[in-house]
Design a protein around this ligand. Sequence first.
Ligand code: FAD
Length: 317
Amino acid sequence: MKVTEHIKKASGKTLFSFEVIPPQKGSSIQELYNNIDPLMEFKPPFIDVTTSREQYIYIEKDGLLDRKITRMRPGTVGICAALKYKYNVDAVPHVLCGGFTREETEYLLVDCHYLGIHNVMALRGDAMSHQKYFEPTNGGHTYAIDLVKQIKNLNCGKYLHDVVEAHDKANFCIGVAGYPEKHIEAPSLQTDLKRLKEKVEAGAEYVVTQMFFDNKKYFEFIDAARKIGIEVPIIPGIKPLAVKRHLNVLPQVFKIDLPEELIKGVEKCKDTNEVRSLGVEWSIAQCKELLQAGVPVLHFYSMGKSDNVQAIASALF
Ligand code: FAD
């Protein structure tokens, strides 16, 4: 079922969902299942599976360093299929512009269609770790909107080279990213919102937000989005803060602000257990307010660990 159909079917009741990261290659998928198992009691109608950018690795050979490019966490579509059939849940693969040619994207979407995957998140992806700015892959897309258009074309039976007559059309529900605190590269929040509107006009049916720790930012974002005519569901992304290091890492990586009260609270914590508990408490308070506001879904960034998300969901659902 499509994410938008799940939302419609819930008739105003807030749903629970989360995002997982594929394990590093060489690890067992069981580790992923062990993290997902405790969250299934909260009946997520869909689970997102991220896609990681490729990266350079250096292999020593005859005293020289050989540079190879590889993806350390492959398997997004395979994991989606595994989750769908193991848990009878809809799985949403994150599809990136970065690192994929349009052809490769078409093959990936065909795989998804055959596997009965009905939803995809269309994302640009970040720059690779050695790059300062995002550089489109040769033969790949530059912006998420281009990917949205390719998926939408496929839904209409239009493949890249127009050489096939499609008797069996795909029918993907397309999700895209939104940024309550603006995307780092956008010159202003308003310009970024206009870009979001363009993605919706191109065919995106729902938005999932970047994490935020101050609900005011989300509510203002919703108001501004509605004002310029973005009417699709905007799902809040929630991340429980878990370690002291997050105070520096999260603003740096995700370009978000942390509220003073949260920073002061974390600074007072004596150890990681205390930080984790505070992170859980903060997320519960955030989610209670979002529930009251009637958000369609509470979507959690589990980052491979589920105990804190389980504690939060237990207090809410
Ligand atoms: P876009 O919508 O293409 O926007 C990127 C920037 O370009 C923005 O500043 C926008 O304002 C601007 N822009 C857009 N269109 C145009 C245009 N036509 N002309 C000029 N400027 C334009 N990353 C991963 O690598 N893997 C994941 O699995 C993943 N999952 C994510 C899930 C969510 C919910 C979110 C919020 C982010 C996720 N990301 C993921 C991160 C994402 O890839 C980065 O934030 C990336 O930098 C931007 O992606 P986007 O899809 O928002 O890009």
